[in-house]
Ligand binder design. Structure first.
Ligand code: PLP
Length: 392
């Protein structure tokens, strides 16, 4: 029998062969659960300075558009002024999302099938974007030994295998770990030795609970470092669709050649709305207000969890230096799917299992710290009761 048009349709091998959600997710969807995974701060009952945001976004001249591939200079200058390390506007390149920033950096440096190294556990979309860009994403490990640290041997093995780009996320999602200055220097030396490029995804930097190292200084004169950041976390507005890259490290000539080529890539897309670029200087002034509110919500929820879980010796709330998540380590008595289902059935909560973030081994659970504090406190009590019954 001839194939139907649908059956004969061919997609690239970079697209997954099945887009169906897993039976587990379907099962969880049908249960009435408290969602402890919310990562969209606009949906978590936080108070935003809505009038200031609306004023900033109301454009006096919505028709004006003179495209600039790197982004409007006033917007880039405002971002440079707010950067953690000394930065000038000409180091800043705008794009529509941090995901897009990853894609552009991969396009810029990687041939098809070249390796990019990303941390595990970490944000699951990095490997998806790497695959869509026709690279081969390979993970290197973050190891937990009282605190999370890059397992340098596993990273070096990836670089020896040919990884062209090394991704760091700091504070990492969901472990909240940051690279130390010593590791920053070691990473810069590694990149210099193997002609690799580093990405530092710093979208959670405003939510770091300790000073973060100035990686630009570690990489200066050694290797290129491209730092990613954006309004989705920095202003708590994932719908704003503005992110940026700051080109650091190496020397001035290398940085300039990177920026010229990023400009060439950006010119093919011109993806950043002129309206958001016009609003950026004002939005960057409002950002600290939102950051303070999110930070106080996250700290309150973290303290609640810590207090509640302190009563269960067999469950660890792992230490975190920042970000919006809490990682719990439970005794390994169930596999990850069974664990999530058990927590749903017995404590009526929906949590992410460690599998989602590529943790090594079973027994990790990730909880968002953005949610309503009363709801989180009630969920924490149910979890503690369950853990005490189950693990003692
Ligand atoms: C570490 C990390 N980087 C990037 C992103 C995506 O950011 P954007 O919304 O700007 O694409 C996320 C989203 O959760 C994230 O956790």
């Amino acid at each position: 029998m001839p194939l139907s048009a649908l059956e004969a349709m061919r997609f690239s091998s970079r697209i997954p062969s099945s887009l169906q959600t897993s039976p587990l997710v379907e099962q969880l969807r049908q249960m009435q659960l408290i969602d402890l995974t919310c990562s969209n701060p606009t949906r978590c009952g936080l108070t935003y300075p809505v009038q200031s945001l609306a004023d900033a976004l109301s454009s006096p001249d919505p028709l004006s558009y003179s495209p600039s591939a790197l982004g409007k200079l006033e917007a880039r200058a405002a971002i440079a002024r707010c950067a953690r390390e000394e930065t000038t506007a000409d180091q800043v390149v705008l794009c529509a999302s941090t995901s897009e920033a990853y894609a552009w950096v991969f396009k810029l440096f990687c041939e098809a099938n070249e390796l990019v190294a990303y941390p595990a556990p970490s944000y699951p979309l990095i490997s998806v974007i790497g695959e869509l860009e026709a690279t081969v994403p390979v993970s290197y490990r973050l190891a937990f030994d009282g605190q999370w640290e890059i397992d340098l041997a596993s990273l070096e093995a990836r670089v020896e295998q040919g990884a062209r780009v090394i991704v760091m996320v700091q504070p990492n999602n969901p472990t909240g770990s940051c690279v130390s200055v010593e590791q920053g220097i070691q990473l810069a030396d590694l990149c210099a030795r193997y002609d690799a490029i580093a990405i530092s995804d710093e979208v959670f930097a405003p939510y770091a609970r300790q000073p973060m190292p100035a990686l630009g200084r570690c990489f200066a004169g050694k290797a290129p470092l491209i730092c990613l950041d954006g309004l989705s976390k920095g202003l708590g507005l994932p719908g704003a669709k503005l992110s940026w890259m700051i080109v650091r490290g190496a020397d001035l000539a290398c940085r300039q050649s990177i920026i010229e080529r990023l400009e060439w890539v950006a010119d093919a897309f011109l993806s950043v709305s002129a309206l958001i670029q016009n609003a950026t200087p004002r939005l960057m002034e409002i950002a600290p207000v939102v950051q303070r509110r999110i930070n106080s919500r996250v700290l309150e929820n973290q303290a609640t969890l810590k207090e509640a879980l302190g009563r269960v010796p067999s469950v660890d709330l792992l230490p975190s230096m920042g970000g919006w998540s809490a990682v719990l380590r439970l005794p390994r008595t169930r596999n990850d799917d069974e664990l999530v289902l058990w927590l749903a059935r017995e404590a009526h909560v929906f949590v992410h299992s460690g599998y989602f973030y590529d943790f090594a081994g079973e027994g990790y659970v990730v909880i968002s710290l953005l949610g309503d504090p009363a709801e989180l406190a009630a969920s924490a009590e149910r979890l503690v009761d369950l853990f005490l019954r189950e693990y003692g």
